[in-house]
Design a protein around this ligand. Structure first.
Ligand code: DC
Length: 231
């Protein structure tokens, strides 16, 4: 059977990566979490004091970009790929609230987007890929055979994220998480380059009151129909 490209975009904490992982596993496709790539660059910028201090130094970050190595390495036990920054596994650190606070800012930097989009396009050359992010259906794979745009209210998403962070042992307040979600929505949707937009041919999917299983079943069945058409 022919392989297709699946592009999943949407607001933060809409469950994009959960769905993308499930879908990739069921279809036997590669899964790529592009948010992890922007998060890894943000972690690098934080560690080097290029952001998060008194003064940002984005030009210093831009200068180091060509030497920045990002890799996904498959973890057999976990069943998914983990993010490596210059050969260090940063999968855990990139999910902290600290990185979440600054990542939208880093994602507005043209040179960062240019580097990451180029890497993403190369990863998808062979198709058979499920990629999630903000600009996958619009910029990275405008010709993807299946595009999904996920939404849910900011409150629903903040609750999900709050639970996740608590489970990970982070001390956070719900209000702080909600503010972060709203702030990221704003920056992601209003940035000049590749703002978060629903592609004209994407299917909009509001999963505010839908269980994970139902969501997966619906989209999986839909994906099978699209694949059958592209044999
Ligand atoms: O999906 P996520 O929450 O891990 O993404 C982190 C941030 O990275 C998000 O605020 C927007 C940005 N991002 C982006 O601009 N483009 C992408 N393709 C993926 C993520």
């Amino acid at each position: 059977m022919g392989k297709i490209t699946v592009a999943i975009d949407g607001f933060s904490s809409t469950g994009k990566s959960t769905l993308a992982k499930q879908l990739a596993k069921a279809l036997g496709y590669v899964y790529v979490d592009t948010g992890a790539m922007y998060r890894a660059v943000t972690l690098f910028a934080l560690r080097n004091g290029f952001i998060g201090g008194k003064q940002n130094n984005i030009s210093a970050l831009i200068k180091l970009l060509p030497r920045l190595q990002l890799k996904f390495i498959y973890n057999k036990e976990l069943g998914f790929s983990e993010m490596y920054l210059n050969d260090e596994n940063v999968e855990k650190e990139i999910r902290s609230l600290e990185v979440s606070k600054y990542v939208s800012q880093i994602a507005t930097v043209e040179q960062v987007r240019y580097k990451l989009v180029d890497m993403q396009k190369k990863m998808g050359r062979e198709k058979g890929i499920v990629m999630d992010g903000r600009d996958i259906g619009t910029v990275v794979f405008p010709d993807a055979e299946l595009k999904i745009f996920m939404t849910a209210s900011p409150e629903v998403r903040a609750h999900r994220r709050y639970k996740e962070l608590l489970e990970r042992g982070e001390e956070v307040k719900y209000e702080e998480v909600l503010k972060n979600v709203q702030n990221r929505d704003y920056i992601d949707s209003h940035r000049e380059i590749s703002p978060l937009l629903k592609a004209d041919d994407a299917i909009e999917f509001d999963n505010g009151d839908m269980g994970l299983e139902e969501q997966f079943e619906r989209i999986y069945n839909f994906a099978l129909r699209v694949i059958a058409k592209h044999k």
